[in-house]
Design a protein around this ligand. Structure first.
Ligand code: 13P
Ligand code: SF4
Length: 356
C-alpha cells in the first residue's frame, strides 16, 4: 500500500501529520522528536533516489512517516520487484531485504540494522533442505519466505502467510515438503485436508504413517506465545471481541480465533468490519498501527509481544543507513539466481490468498 506521508520533508508538517494519527498511542515529545528524524529521512531519500519499504510490524511513528510502501511480506516482495529507484531501504528483517536483493540484483539494498534476524529463518539451513530432498526424492519443496537466500535456493517455490494454501494447491503433486514453520504448515495442512508428519521429530513415523505433507520444527518466537487460554480469558471479559490470529500461531489458537490471515489481511479485516472491539494475536506494534489509521476502532491489548528483530529497525538507524549507505545486503550470484526462481514462481501465482 502506498502511503501519504512519505513525501513530507518539512519537520512541522510531519509533526502535524504524525500527531493527527498517533496522538492516542505515542507520547507527544516522542512524536516531536521522531518527526524531525522522519522529515530528514524523506529529504535524503529523494536526494539519493531511494525507496523505503516498511513491514506492517514497524513501530508506529516509523510506519506512519517514511515508508513509500507498507505491507505484508508478499506485498513488499511485489513492490521490490517493481521499483525503478536506485536504492531500496528495507525497514523489515533480513530475509525480507534479501528477497528484495534477489529480485533486484543491480540495485543497492540497505537494511538499517544488522541484528534484524528471525527465529523462523534461523531454524533451518540449506543442508537441512538438501537432506530432506534426498530422503523424499521428487517431492516438491515449498519454503516460507521467512528463510535465508541459501534455503530459498534449494526450494521449488516460496510462499507467504497470505498465499501458502494457494501455493500448495498449485502444485502438481500429492506430496509436499513445507518448511520451516511448524504451525503455518499445520494450519495449511488443516485447510487443504493434508496429513502432515515431522520426520525430524518423529523419526520412525513416516515409515508407518500415511502422509501428504512433510514439515519442519521452526517456530516464530512471537506467535508461539499466544495460547487458547489467552483467547478464553479475553472472551470472558469481552464476549463481543473479534479475535484475529496470524497463521504462525498454533492451529488450536487459529481454530479459536474469528479470523486468520497475513498481517495485511488482518488490517483489512479490521477496516472493513464493525466489531465493537478487536484483539490481534500478532506482533504488538500492528495494533498501534491499525489504531493510528482507524481512530474509530477499539483495539484491545493482551500484552506486549514485540518481535525483537523488527524492533531493531529505528528511525535513527534508517537515517544512518541513508547517510552512510549501510548495511548493504548482498546475495552471492549462484544462490541469488536459484532463489529468484522460487520467489518469482510465487509472485506469478497471483496477488493474494482468498483471505485477503
Ligand atoms: P506477513 O507476511 O503476514 O506480513 O508475516 C511476516 C512475518 O514475519 C510474520 O511474523
Ligand atoms: Fe520472524 Fe516471528 Fe519476528 Fe516475524 S514476528 S520476523 S516470524 S520472529
Amino acid at each position: 500500500m502506498a502511503t501519504e506521508t512519505s513525501n513530507i520533508t518539512d519537520p512541522d508538517d510531519m509533526y502535524r501529520a504524525l500527531k493527527a494519527k498517533l496522538s492516542d498511542v505515542v507520547p507527544d515529545a516522542e512524536l516531536f522528536y521522531k518527526s524531525r528524524l522522519a522529515a530528514q529521512i524523506n529529504r535524503l531519500k529523494q536526494e539519493r533516489n531511494a525507496v523505503i519499504l516498511g513491514h506492517n510490524y514497524m513501530e508506529p511513528a516509523l510506519f506512519h512517516s517514511i515508508p513509500d510502501f507498507v505491507g505484508d511480506s508478499l506485498e513488499l516482495s511485489r513492490k521490490a520487484a517493481q521499483t525503478d529507484k536506485d536504492i531500496i531501504v528495507f525497514c523489515g528483517v533480513r530475509f525480507m531485504a534479501e528477497t528484495a536483493k534477489i529480485l533486484n540484483p543491480s540495485k543497492t539494498v540497505l537494511i538499517p540494522s544488522r541484528r534484524a534476524g528471525c527465529s523462523l529463518a534461523a531454524s533451518i539451513t540449506a543442508d537441512d533442505v538438501r537432506q530432506l530432498k534426498a530422503k523424499y526424492p521428487g517431492v516438491p519443496v515449498v519454503t516460507y519466505v521467512n528463510t535465508y537466500a541459501d534455503v530459498k535456493a534449494e526450494t521449488d517455490i516460496c510462499c507467504t502467510s497470505s498465499n501458502a494454501v494457494m501455493v500448495v494447491n498449485s502444485l502438481d503433486s500429492d506430496k509436499v515438503i513445507f518448511l520451516p514453520d511448524e504451525y503455518l504448515a499445520r494450519n495449511v495442512a488443516r485447510e487443504t485436508g493434508k496429513r502432515i508428519i515431522f520426520p525430524t521429530r518423529e523419526p520412525r513415523a513416516d515409515d508407518e504413517l500415511e502422509f501428504d505433507m512433510i514439515g519442519w520444527h521452526g517456530r516464530c518466537e512471537v506467535h508461539e506465545k499466544f495460547t487458547v487460554e489467552d483467547i478464553r480469558n479475553i472472551r470472558r471479559d469481552f464476549p463481543d471481541v473479534a479475535i484475529l490470529a496470524h497463521p504462525e500461531c498454533s492451529p488450536e489458537v487459529v481454530a479459536e480465533a474469528d479470523f486468520s490471515g497475513s498481517t495485511t489481511a488482518m488490517m483489512k479485516y479490521v477496516e472493513r468490519t464493525q466489531a465493537p472491539r478487536y484483539l490481534l494475536l500478532t506482533e504488538c506494534s500492528m495494533a498501534d498501527n491499525i489504531a493510528g489509521a482507524n481512530p474509530d476502532k477499539e483495539m484491545l491489548r493482551l500484552c506486549s509481544v514485540r518481535c525483537p528483530h523488527m524492533n531493531e529497525i529505528t528511525l535513527e538507524d534508517t537515517l544512518l543507513a541513508l547517510q552512510k549507505r549501510q548495511y548493504v545486503v548482498d546475495v552471492p550470484p549462484d544462490i541469488r539466481d536459484r532463489a529468484r526462481l522460487a520467489v518469482e514462481r510465487m509472485i506469478a501465482i497471483g496477488p493474494v490468498g482468498k483471505k485477503d
